[in-house]
Design a binder for this molecule. Structure first.
Ligand code: PLP
Length: 405
């Protein structure tokens, strides 16, 4: 029987303190103790079930963390104020001065900037590699390497990491494999495939409402305890804490993730096939022409499809900008960064979400000026969406009229 992570969410049973079908929201930053000794024990980490202060943990954050751990199949999880709050906390927790990271070179621009410009200040350096070439990944490992880092489906090029192969490599060299699964929740269960730590920006598909930022770190109880340690835990000390009210609202949105992901995948598959047939340079992991189509297929939980992200290359930034402006005018979506919304979102990553990556390096990794990244929305009538998109492309000379059906 195939693993269906949404079933794990379905099986959760949380009640509010008055029998509410939603857990009560803990609207407090601090907690009382009946005895001073219990307060001391809680500081020491020896009083299970006691809350101290909401930067450390809160019931609402724990509920959301447990639901996400169930989805990813990890022992536990902790939520953070943003995806970057999760990524930076993990890196800073696992590395000390002199340590080294091997990372995929195609990752979210903020993560790239953190590893390239920020961690070197603490003498933690990163080698950026083509994550699809396992021999190159292995060649980059040094005696100081601690972390192997990748996105299961990369932002923005949609490269697919072979998590099983990377996990084998990580074990061989005693590294921690950290996978950012933001682009492929439910479709790929990275921990089941061997990732030690799975991170999400909850800002995207998981929350799905573009009304908050949020993040999560899924892993072992030992890791999460370390992150929360009052003496040297990055989640506790760097302070990227999610607010309880927000945790409660993300938990409610999480319950429809499986339905949304199926629709995102259905719509993205429909458009990717049409765009490809029209002769557009289209990248979507669900297309057989995708270089890692088989890798994705071998890893995926088939119910949820190949996800909602696709890219097309229209040749130049000017054309990309004109197309995005026109599509927005025709109400096909929004010219906006981020992903996972009910509306389609589109942006040109070279000049937005990946602008932290120097132009030279963008070229080397195949990130061209005319690339448009789409997060395909939940449109009920995707055929009409396609026809209107095609009309926009014909109007701008990106497609020739004879391509019309
Ligand atoms: N990881 C990926 C793949 C992303 O696309 C992003 C944001 O765009 C992040 C992490 C960072 O998440 P956040 O914006 O929630 O800090």
């Amino acid at each position: 029987m195939s693993f269906k992570p949404a079933n794990e969410i379905q099986d959760l049973q949380y009640f509010g303190e008055f029998g509410g079908v939603n857990p009560s929201i803990s609207d407090s930053s601090t907690y009382t103790f009946l005895s001073a000794k219990t307060m001391f024990d809680t500081f020491e980490g020896n009083a299970d079930g006691c809350y101290l202060y909401s930067r450390h943990s809160s019931p609402s954050n724990l509920y959301l963390g447990e639901a996400l751990a169930a989805m990813e199949g990890t022992e536990t999880a902790t939520v953070t104020a943003s995806g970057m709050g999760a990524i930076t906390a993990v890196m800073m927790q696992l590395c000390a001065a002199g340590d080294h990271i091997v990372s995929s070179r195609t990752i979210y621009g903020g993560t790239y900037a953190f590893l390239k410009n920020f961690t070197p200040k603490f003498r933690v350096n990163t080698s950026f590699v083509d994550i699809t070439k396992i021999d190159l990944v292995e060649a980059a490992i040094t005696k100081n390497t601690k972390i192997l880092y990748c996105e299961s489906v990369s932002n923005p090029l949609l490269e697919v990491a072979d998590i099983k192969a990377l996990s084998k490599l990580a074990k061989k060299h005693n590294l921690t494999l950290v996978v950012d699964n933001t682009f492929s929740p439910l479709s790929i269960s990275a921990a089941k495939l061997g990732a030690d730590i799975v991170i999400h920006s909850l800002t995207k598909f998981i929350n799905g409402s573009s009304d908050t930022v949020g993040g999560v770190i899924c892993g072992s109880q030992e890791l999460i305890n370390n992150l929360r340690n009052v003496n040297d835990g990055t989640c506790m000390l760097l302070g990227a804490t999610m607010d309880s009210l927000r945790a409660a609202s993300i938990l409610k949105n999480l319950r429809t993730l499986h339905i949304r992901i199926k629709q995102h995948s259905y719509n993205a598959t429909f458009l990717a096939n049409k765009f490809k047939a029209d002769g557009l340079k289209t990248v979507y992991p669900g297309l057989e022409s995708h270089t890692s189509h088989n890798t994705f297929k071998a890893m995926m939980n088939t119910d949820y499809g190949f996800g909602g992200m696709l890219t097309i290359d229209v040749g130049s930034l000017d054309k990309a900008n004109a197309l995005m402006e026109l599509m927005q005018e025709r109400n096909l979506g929004y010219l906006a960064v981020s992903l996972g919304f009910y509306k389609t979102l589109f942006s040109a990553p070279g000049s937005s979400t990946s602008s932290e990556i120097p132009e030279e390096e963008q070229k080397e990794m195949g990130l061209s000026d005319g690339l448009i990244r789409f997060s395909i929305g939940l449109d009920n009538d995707i055929e009409r969406t396609y026809e209107t998109m095609r009309d926009c492309m014909i109007e701008l000379g990106i497609l020739k009229p004879q391509h019309q059906a």
